[in-house]
Write a protein that binds this ligand. Structure first.
Ligand code: CA
Length: 217
């Protein structure tokens, strides 16, 4: 699973970003000041860092120095109109910047682009006899296009990006459907059944008692 560190001292913004990235299947961690960010970067691997500049304790430029030592791409989150910050950030080695306030769709697009540039995520994912094109959102099996609904596609992508991991029904629901999982209802199960049937994945997607599902390859 792709791990993203969100470094942002404004809690509401950090939570909003995390919620939306989680929906797209990314695993997120929030650091609310520069020191916390530096510690997280030194201790755990991340695939991408979203980095605010004005932060308590250490500022974004200082945190960037830590990021450079572990070669992780950084997207700066800059306050609107602060052009100097953007220029400085890029000069210091950030991959990209995005001005606050931003549209979530724009943020997701930037994240995808930077991850792709770093080969963290690929446009085409091949697994078993299945080929998934994440741009056109099409799926081919043995070369033939398979017709999946939007939710089935999202579900497949989530399984593939988390192969061999147990996924809680709750996590699946929150990522694919958004919103809180009520703990009842068969939405997830019904969609998983249909996906398995359409792609003949009965042997690969298995139910885990009291947890959810695992896509094993
Ligand atoms: Ca800030």
């Amino acid at each position: 699973m792709i791990k993203i560190l969100i470094v942002e001292d404004e809690e509401a913004i950090a939570n909003l970003i995390r919620m939306n990235l989680a929906k797209s299947g990314y695993q997120c961690e929030i650091a609310s000041d520069g020191e916390e960010a530096a510690d997280a970067i030194s201790e755990r691997p991340f695939d991408l860092i979203l980095l605010d500049i004005m932060l308590p304790k250490l500022n974004g430029y200082e945190v960037l120095e830590y990021a450079k030592t572990v070669d992780v791409p950084v997207i700066f989150l800059t306050a609107m109109g602060e052009t100097d910050q953007k220029v400085k950030g890029l000069k210091l080695g950030a991959e990209d910047y995005i001005a606050k306030p931003f549209e979530i769709a724009e943020l997701l697009a930037r994240v995808e682009t930077v991850l792709r540039r770093y080969h963290k995520t690929e446009r085409k994912i091949r697994i078993l006899n299945i080929e998934i094109d994440t741009d056109s959102r099409t799926v081919r099996q043995d070369g033939r296009e398979v017709d999946l609904t939007t939710k089935e596609f999202d579900l497949l992508l989530m399984f593939v990006r988390n192969k061999n991991r147990a996924l809680y029904r709750e996590t699946i629901y929150e990522n694919v459907w958004g919103g809180e999982y009520s703990g009842t209802g068969r939405t997830v199960d019904l969609h998983v059944q249909r996906l398995k049937k359409k792609l003949g994945l009965e042997d690969h997607i298995t139910a885990i008692y009291k947890v959810g599902y695992r896509f094993a390859v």
